[in-house]
Design a protein around this ligand. Sequence first.
Ligand code: ADP
Ligand code: MG
Length: 272
Amino acid sequence: MASSTSGAQPLIRARGLTRRYPAPKTRLFGPKAFTTALEDADLDVFAGTSVGIIGESGSGKSTLVRLLLGLDTPTAGTVEFDGRKVDAAASARSLHWLRRETGMVFQDPYASLDPRMSVGRIVGEPLWALGIDGDRRARVREVLEDVGLEASMADRFPHEFSGGQRQRIALARAIVHRPRVLVGDEPLSALDVTVRAQILALITELRQRDGLTLVMVSHDIGIVQNLCDEVVVMKDGRIVEDGPTEKVLMQPQVAYTRRLLASIPVIDPGGV
Ligand code: ADP
Ligand code: MG
């Protein structure tokens, strides 16, 4: 993908990424059937930039980001993070280095927060899991404030919070260990417009302050326009178009992107 920083090494570099799944109804004696979730995807993400991934449901967006994060093993192809190979088949422990570099937020803030754990434990868990030293409790309080919550909320439990607050908690957990890359898989789509705008503004602020690199799956063009320098368009497991956000949104090169843009309601992210 073209970038203003071209010439530099990408922070994340994917080549020929492919992921096939056995199809649900494989006939016993017939040829083996596969679903190809992702086919031959190349992607470069440069440090400090933000990349949006758009495409209709089932086009392979989640598969792509899971492979980038080493949460799934490709059928073919490679992922490198800062020049280091991501080996998702290796033990969880041997991927700690990648966990330290990355944070993730998913669509559903309910599913991603363990209801039996206090907010402080949920948010601080990566610090303990990754063996990050320092005053961990202080860091948890600090990051809660960074995401617009109160430090005292550490002692409470997820069910005491609204959907928007829970997504802030999930965001705090994703950045508590100061990752270089934040990956979101439709993290704003379950939120109402006002809360969405607040969290968008928050992510923008964190990016500006900490130079966070962002990879954001979204079906909301308003969010991509607001947040992303570059955009990747996916269809049937393939990247069909990519480039600077403004160019792709204003002058889409392929018919699919034009149809996709026409079909997606543009939600005003609230002037942020
Ligand atoms: P998106 O996030 O764009 O909606 P996904 O990456 O989730 O798309 O899925 C891409 C394709 O791969 C879909 O056809 C989906 O049904 C299939 N797929 C995803 N995960 C699995 C899985 N664990 N087993 C079988 N098929 C899967
Ligand atoms: Mg998905």
